[in-house]
Design a protein around this ligand. Sequence first.
Ligand code: PGA
Length: 249
Amino acid sequence: MTRRKYVVGNWKMNGLIAALDEAKAIFAAAEAHSSVDVALCPPFTLIGAMVAAAPGAAVGGQDCHASASGAFTGSVAAPMLADAGASLVIVGHSERREGFDESDADVRAKAEAALAAGLSVILCVGEPRAVRESGGAIAYVLAQVAGSLPGDFDPARLAIAYEPIWAIGTGLVPTVADVADMHGAIRAKLGEQAGSDAARVMRILYGGSVNGENAAELLGAGDVDGALVGGASLTAAKFAPIVEAAASL
Ligand code: PGA
């Protein structure tokens, strides 16, 4: 089965209304590459405005609460994202797992809430540097997959993003062989947990210091179906070459 390439920009805590021009330029550039699915995940405050500025484009959140509503000051629920026009959400990013103490069970609950709200999900996993150096990266990441994967889901609406923590925002990237090994191991684990048909459909993205120069090599690695991009997703000049690289594969 051929999985469509998927390139997703994670703007993190960056972007004011003025940045919508970049978003429009990114989606315009993406239109030239119809073989690639492109999405942007801006801060909550820009979701509605970005959907209005780029009708039909895939816009997502960077997190959601596990409850559909309630007394959770400062949080945003999955149905609210959908209501604002979002079609996807990132859950389990390492900056949330580490900075907000999110456990695998929390991430799973968020993913389930997002799916129930009709959103697609990008579920992030990835090891810290010490774990990579000790040789335990694959076991660590597979445990995260096991603990965070929803019990029952439509495989077309759930992607995994493998993002080694030490590669995020650092300019460091794993070797292509290490990426291929990890993605192959994740796909085998998905097969065990969700069945081989689901594992064939599910996309596994690589994230961590992806840029226009390294994208073709990283996205060309075995079992890599796309990229989750932070820093290089903030401008069309940096992001469009990554989409082009995905289209060229
Ligand atoms: P980066 O971030 O591309 O800036 O390394 C990736 C991410 O955190 O999703």
